[in-house]
Design a protein around this ligand. Structure first.
Ligand SMILES: *Cc1c(COP(=O)(O)O)cnc(C)c1O
Length: 424
């Protein structure tokens, strides 16, 4: 039997000085009725808690760990960078190198700006869209997550065609009145908003693969539809590729699906495990950003030299080893099959979505194509599944509404072991 005594102690201590003992709510394991394990260190596909338990990790820090933890070449580059100073608040060659690599990987990102979190990237991209179009309203999708900026913490309004209402205390209703909520994979819900508000819609923002309600891929033609309707109304299309960027392929979801947005946000992988995110897009749109244009955006630690170093090395490794995308997709497929076979064996209805190295198993018999489908999953079964995995040394997301992430560090044997436990 594994024990978690030190984690439990640290959790109690942390709760005395940190709200809920954690610095991001999902880490508290509330949704799965457990105490969180406190992580001591990680290497490759494994993380180790303070109790000496080790786990095969399928959270991968929610995405950045596509090469596994503490990749030797990344760590070596970072150690070297650290010695040259942690922050200058002035431009560096590394920012140019990384920006150029991003542009090469994602050609629609002609100009890019670096920031420190995905939240900041999305918030800034939306400000640019509004500044460029001189319009106020934005359309987002129910179940898509774009960070915790005020205007995006919304639930749908009481009537489908009204603006959204805050989904968090502390957000004034006036901050969300320009946010409209459409349904993922539902073209009609988007058309209706454009018919009513089209002339005042600055942008549509979407996760090209929704990966914050489990994993929900776009229906055939959905992204192209968004491209067409935004073009028709003179609105911008923003792909929030904070998860999909450098994960679905080196060119992200826009390459994978062949649909090109006006603006893109990147995070997670782009910083190679350091706090770093990016927004960018068409030159003429991004030229509205200060100091070129009138849209203000700034950051003390933006383009941080250590973070850019981790990003550059991670991107180099991905760029020069693109076969790994096919390999991690195959591993994800094996896990997806294990869920299906396990479900069939146990007579337990499951529905599995998988795109590239992202996957999610829902405990429902219905195919999941949107948020309402995702929330129809039996959460008690998710809790039981999570506990079983953890106690067998496999670390998966402590919530149904997150993706399972596969990395290049997962070995065949580890995938095998995960498949075995899934089917217990
Ligand atoms: C994680 C995430 C964000 C927010 O990024 P942070 O770095 O946590 O602020 C935004 N959009 C998507 C799609 C994400 O998955």
């Amino acid at each position: 039997m594994r024990n978690y005594i030190h984690s439990e102690q640290l959790f109690e201590q942390s709760k005395t000085v940190i709200p809920g003992g954690v610095n991001s709510p999902v880490r508290a394991f509330l949704a799965v009725n457990r105490n969180p394990v406190f992580i001591d260190h990680a290497k490759g596909s494994h993380i180790y808690d303070v109790d000496g338990n080790d786990y095969i990790d399928f959270v991968c820090s929610w995405g950045p760990g596509i090469l596994g933890h503490a990749h030797e070449e990344v760590i070596e580059a970072v150690q070297k960078a650290v010695k040259d100073g942690l922050t200058f608040g002035a431009p560096t060659k590394k920012e140019y190198i990384l920006a150029d690599m991003i542009h090469e990987a994602v050609p629609s990102m002609e100009l890019v700006r670096m920031v420190s979190s995905g939240t900041e990237a999305v918030m800034s991209a939306i400000r640019v869209a509004r500044g460029y179009t001189k319009r106020d309203m934005i359309v987002k999708f129910k179940g898509c997550y774009h960070g915790h900026s005020d205007g995006l913490l919304v639930k749908a309004g009481s009537a489908a065609l009204t603006s959204a209402v805050p989904d968090s205390a502390g957000v004034p209703a006036s901050y969300t009145e320009n946010t409209l909520v459409a349904l993922y994979n539902d073209e009609d819900s988007v058309s209706q908003l454009f018919e009513k508000y089209g002339d005042n819609i600055a942008c549509v923002i979407v996760e090209p693969v929704a990966a914050n309600m489990g994993v929900v891929p776009p229906k055939e033609g959905f992204l192209q539809f968004l491209r067409d309707i935004t073009n028709q109304y003179g609105s911008l299309l923003i792909f929030d590729e904070v998860i999909t960027g450098f994960r679905l392929g080196y060119g992200g979801a826009q390459e994978y699906y062949g649909v090109t947005p006006d603006l893109t946000t990147l995070g997670k992988i782009v910083g190679g495990g350091m706090p770093m995110a990016v927004y960018g897009g068409k030159r003429k749109v991004m030229e509205t950003v200060s100091p070129l244009g009138q849209v203000y955006q700034a950051g003390t630690l933006s383009g941080n030299p250590v973070a850019t170093t981790a990003g550059i090395k991670t991107l180099e490794l991905l760029r020069d080893n693109q076969h790994l995308y096919e390999e991690i997709e195959q591993k994800a497929k094996r896990l997806a099959n294990a869920f299906l076979e396990g479900g069939a064996k146990k007579g337990q209805p499951v529905s599995v979505n998988q795109v590239g190295s992202l996957l999610c198993c829902y405990f429902t018999e219905h195919p999941v194509v949107d948020y309402d489908g995702a929330t129809s999953s039996d959460l008690d079964q998710y809790t039981a599944y999570f506990g079983k995995m953890l106690d067998h040394g496999i670390y998966v997301a402590p919530s149904q509404f997150e993706a399972m992430f596969v990395s290049s560090a997962h070995t065949e044997a580890e995938i095998e072991e995960a498949c075995r436990v899934i089917q217990l």
